[in-house]
Design a protein around this ligand. Structure first.
Ligand code: 5GP
Length: 177
């Protein structure tokens, strides 16, 4: 059992299992994107270890850049607004691979895809370390999925609980007291 702040977690996916899937996905990306000079767009903060581990295994010519999704409350409406920050290079005509930590409801990824499509990339594919199929509200086709997991809160390997827990090399799942 591992404690992160006031919550208890146990290991769900070991560091070795993660590295094996990272190897598989990197191999597929090396094959699919050969000669295409893709741009990998890593979505911070939770994906930073996944981005680094994938990127180290790529041997094709490619670029990496980092984006962040800010959510804020719009004072004039009840809904939560999102903004994508960090896109400071042209992606027009380029092959894009989004690297995400986790797809839960799909709202964040849907917003990212819609925002990027405005900039007319040649293609966009998505690689996510984790996917919670039962939590889906907006179905999105995911090209590379590390692991499908149950609809429970997880931390580790970059994912946090109120800022803590990112520094676990395995994925930890919340347990009830
Ligand atoms: P979505 O928009 O798909 O509902 O949520 C995506 C974002 O919610 C992720 O990028 C992540 O920041 C956060 N998230 C969703 N589920 C979890 C979880 O189990 N653990 C953590 N740490 N973050 C999560």
């Amino acid at each position: 059992m591992v404690e992160v702040l006031d919550l208890k977690f146990k290991e769900l996916i070991s560091a070795e299992e993660i590295q094996a899937r990272v190897d598989d996905i990197s191999n597929q990306l090396n094959t699919k994107y050969e000669g295409k000079n893709p741009i990998f767009l890593g979505i911070l903060n939770g994906s930073f270890l996944f981005i680094a581990d994938i990127f180290k295994k790529l041997y094709i010519p490619c670029e990496v850049s980092f984006l962040k999704v800010n959510s804020y409350q719009n004072t004039s409406s009840t809904g939560k607004m999102k903004e994508l920050i960090g896109l400071n290079q042209s992606i027009e005509g380029r092959h894009i691979v989004i690297l995400e930590d986790i797809v839960d409801t799909g709202r964040t990824l849907d917003f990212i895809l819609k925002t990027l499509e405005i900039h007319k990339p040649a293609s966009i594919s998505v690689a996510t370390l984790l996917h919670k199929p039962e939590a889906t509200l907006i179905p999105i086709s995911l090209d590379y999925v590390g692991f499908e997991i149950q609809n429970q809160f997880v931390v580790g390997y970059g994912l946090d609980y109120n800022g803590f827990g990112r520094n676990s090399s395995s994925i930890l799942i919340k347990v009830d007291d």
